[in-house]
Design a protein around this ligand. Sequence first.
Ligand code: 5GP
Ligand code: ZN
Length: 117
Amino acid sequence: MEGCVFCMIVGGEIPSRKVYEDDRVYAFDDITPQAPIHVLIVPKEHHSDLADDVSVELMGRIFSSVPEIARIKGLDDAGYRVVVNNGEDAGQTVGHLHVHVLGGRRMSHGMVEFAGE
Ligand code: 5GP
Ligand code: ZN
């Protein structure tokens, strides 16, 4: 997709710190980490969000890469949080479906912070 930051990262036009890659997904360190470990997993093909015609197969491939990425980052014993910000109210800022994997510190149990009007 023209002008899409994550398509450009997948295509190597924007540099990234690769964590994991297979034929369907690419994972890299978030540029503004919100935890000691913060990885983004993106499908290689462009889908704007969860509702954008994502096949069950691709959805499975995205999520089944999570434990492998956690293992690579050494998070598998301690645990980690997996987040998808989907759409405007959730604060999605990049319109290419992505899954956040966050870990390396203990997180609050509450996940939902109100951003105000
Ligand atoms: P969202 O807010 O859409 O759920 O998450 C987008 C994430 O992409 C943010 O955490 C942001 O830091 C990250 N991000 C945006 N642009 C870039 C970039 O060019 N490189 C990397 N590595 N991360 C990016
Ligand atoms: Zn894209």
